[in-house]
Design a protein around this ligand. Sequence first.
Ligand code: KG4
Ligand code: ZN
Length: 336
Amino acid sequence: MRVLAIETSCDDTGAAVVLDGRKILSNVVSSQIPIHQKYGGVVPELASRRHIESIVPIVAEALETAKVTLREIDGIAVTQGPGLVGSLLVGLSFAKSLSFATGLPLVGVNHVEAHLCAIFLEEKPPRFPFVGLVVSGGHTSLFRVDGFGKYKRLGQTRDDAAGEAFDKVAKLLGLGYPGGPIIDELSRAGNSKAIRFPRASLGKDSLDFSFSGLKTAVVNYVKSHPQPMEGYPENLIRDIVSSFQEAVVEVLVRKTLRAAQHQGFKRIVLSGGVAANRRLRERMKEEASEEKIKVYIPSPSFCTDNAAMVGVVGYEYLKRGIRSPLSLNAFSNLPL
Ligand code: KG4
Ligand code: ZN
């Protein structure tokens, strides 16, 4: 089964053709970073306008790269939420129109579920069940995953998402957008022990997260160390972001391992944009191996927003005969 998948939940216009939910025939992502960069974050109105301009050429490119025509597609999968509603509506309206015009079956996909299932695009995916961490610009949640469509949320952030914290700290320090990859890169040469930023525990057994206190601690540090006219020296910037990153990573690792212990599972899956983070990938693997837990992490390009992961989930539902009606709507807070 060849699924045409469409993803427009935030600021990336994505289209992919995925064979049997596993093999990528094409996976095109058009990033809007240059548009939002000067504002230091995604401007929703600009994002949806750009999706409108990109959706037709990006879908055409996905079909062309996969060397298939619409006649060779068996179904359409589209992100229905959560995300920016104006952005979601562009992909959704396009997918519904295409389904109506071609008669192809349509299925709406939850973006968080798509992140969790991106690991099935890899050569050696995990067996079920596993503990899944979704850590992105909009989400920081832990799930028990017993199969496709079988998810139990174990914990989530009470305030900012981890990626949001990365982006805000980078903005505060004037480093650019999106902050995650910039901080990841700068941290390589920084001292992660230079500043002891807080790690929110929220109780001995809690699987919830909180990053707003950490963000405030970075703001306070910056306020109490006024910048000289010429700006902070590069080594201080590196130490600040490296210490900040270490605090985020430590909490993510600790709680994910705790969730695996609570469930008695020996498999952990990381997903979402922040799962592209070098230090998180490294430290999660190190600490999990001490407990004989295997960690599965998609390649960085499958961690950040893409349509192939939507194709994985879409395939699982389409093959079970699950269809969405043309009245399908977008929901910014669609739960999983
Ligand atoms: O999954 P994603 O592409 O979009 C959402 O669904 O939110 O995640 C984007 C987030 C941004 O906050 C970005 O700064 C963060 O993921 N991110 C990273 C890295 N790459 C992307 N954070 C830390 N380290 C990275 N290497
Ligand atoms: Zn995402």
